[in-house]
Design a protein around this ligand. Structure first.
Ligand code: FRU
Length: 414
């Protein structure tokens, strides 16, 4: 069925699908992280992380340096639990993608017109060979605002390291429209953030994925048969399920500068299933489109359960779907139930490597925890049709480069 803008309607992650989610499935569980994990940086809490990449998703080596970006907060001013009160984007660089040197904040002080810098992506951009664009979420506490935004600058590197210039002017891109995506007046628990920009190989156009909620006045609509799906007899859908309504959003760039966007209906919705599908991103492999997103145990709808981790959906018909949950359930890599909050904010790269940050790891005495705020061991996923398998554990924070920027071989991608 086609809707008014002529593309397939949103695919549903149903309650029936989510009933197939089981923690500790060995093929979809992140191996336990050791209590003795190393800390990447003593001065900053580090959480959501993404690599410098090209617009097709390949991790870039710029003059021999790999670069990553992460949300950081000063450990001397903020605790792990209130780190969002100091959230800024910082960059780190490395030869080979293992030992990361802190480079500094990416945006100039005062460039962001709002309080905090939340997640997004950083890509090599058209312009000069060292043009870089960051798309991030510009967040304000009062009044509540969460605005996908863009900021541009340049990367420079020499034998001693990497630095960025520019990044002093922020352009807002779009806001929740209240039509496809809930705005604050409809849902004061609304999520609208985490832009991930890419070129769709099918039509060559530039799109952005983002986290949203289904547009409706929160809690006023009962969860319907379609969202429940084919469930066993006597299955009860608790009334409170109507308060959860995550959506994986998409918009198309309508100008070359990627400052103007047309909102499109969500790709996947989870009304009655889960309230958050964060940091959505995409991997194109073997003619299939894999859509990944992170979600929490705590954001599942009443009556459902699942681990914190990365979830996925697969389409055989390109970016607009229809999508099916990967592994039938949607669960791709959950935390083990022995360490349910060990890691979060997984990001799946096009080579199947998955980075995430360490949140909280219990000691042998389960009442004693260690906070992370540093990168988790990278794990390797194999994507096989509609299934995924975890196959390897690599080093802590291992994010190797995939292409040299800018060689003759990569110049035509640019
Ligand atoms: C995921 C997340 C993102 C958000 C950031 C804020 O861990 O909730 O959706 O941009 O963290 O810290």
């Amino acid at each position: 069925m086609l809707n008014t803008v002529g593309i397939a309607e949103s695919s549903l992650w149903t309650r029936a699908d989510a009933m197939k989610v089981h923690a500790d499935d060995p093929t979809a569980t992140m191996p336990a992280i050791s209590y003795d994990f190393p800390v990447m940086n003593e001065d900053y809490w580090i959480w959501d992380t993404w690599p410098l990449r090209d617009i097709h998703g390949q991790v870039v080596s710029f003059q021999g340096w790999t670069v990553i970006f992460a949300l950081v907060a000063d450990r001397s001013k903020y605790g792990w639990s209130n780190r969002n009160d100091g959230a800024r984007i910082a960059y780190f660089y490395s030869r080979g993608g293992l030992n990361w040197v802190f480079g500094g904040h990416l945006l100039k002080d005062g460039a962001n017109p709002r309080s905090w810098e939340w997640s997004g992506c950083t890509i090599m951009a058209p312009g000069t060979a060292n043009s870089v664009e960051v798309f991030f979420t510009s967040v304000n506490q009062t009044p509540p605002q969460s605005v996908p935004a863009q900021c541009k600058g340049y990367i420079y590197a020499d034998d001693t390291g990497v630095r960025f210039e520019g990044f002093d002017e922020v352009t807002d891109l779009f806001e929740a429209d209240g039509l496809y995506y809930a705005d604050y007046t409809e849902n004061n628990f609304w999520d609208f953030r985490d832009p991930h920009v890419f070129i769709n190989p099918e039509d060559g156009k530039t799109y952005v994925l983002f986290e949203g909620n289904v547009a409706m006045d929160r809690g006023t609509v009962p969860v319907g048969k379609d969202e429940i799906g084919p469930v066993p007899p006597e299955t009860v859908t608790p009334d409170g399920a109507r308060y959860t309504a995550a959506a994986i959003g998409i918009a198309r760039a309508t100008n070359e500068a990627r400052t103007e966007w047309k909102m499109l209906p969500p790709l996947v919705t989870a009304f009655g299933v889960n309230d958050q599908t964060e940091r959505p991103h995409v991997v194109f492999q073997d003619g299939l489109t894999y859509l990944f997103t992170i979600s929490h145990h705590s954001t599942y709808a009443e009556g459902l359960d699942g681990p914190d981790g990365v979830y996925g959906f697969v389409s055989e018909n390109g970016i607009f779907g229809p999508y099916e949950p990967l592994n039938s359930s949607g669960l791709v890599l959950g935390n083990p139930s022995s360490q349910p909050y060990q890691a979060y904010s997984h990001y799946v790269m096009t080579n199947g490597l998955v980075t995430s940050f360490i949140d909280t790891v219990p000691s042998s005495d389960p009442t004693v925890f260690r906070y992370g705020g540093t990168l988790a061991p990278t794990v390797k996923l194999e994507l096989v049709g509609h299934r995924s398998f975890v196959t390897e554990v690599k080093g802590y924070g291992y994010i190797p480069p995939q292409i040299e920027w800018l060689t003759e071989a990569t110049a035509d991608l640019f």
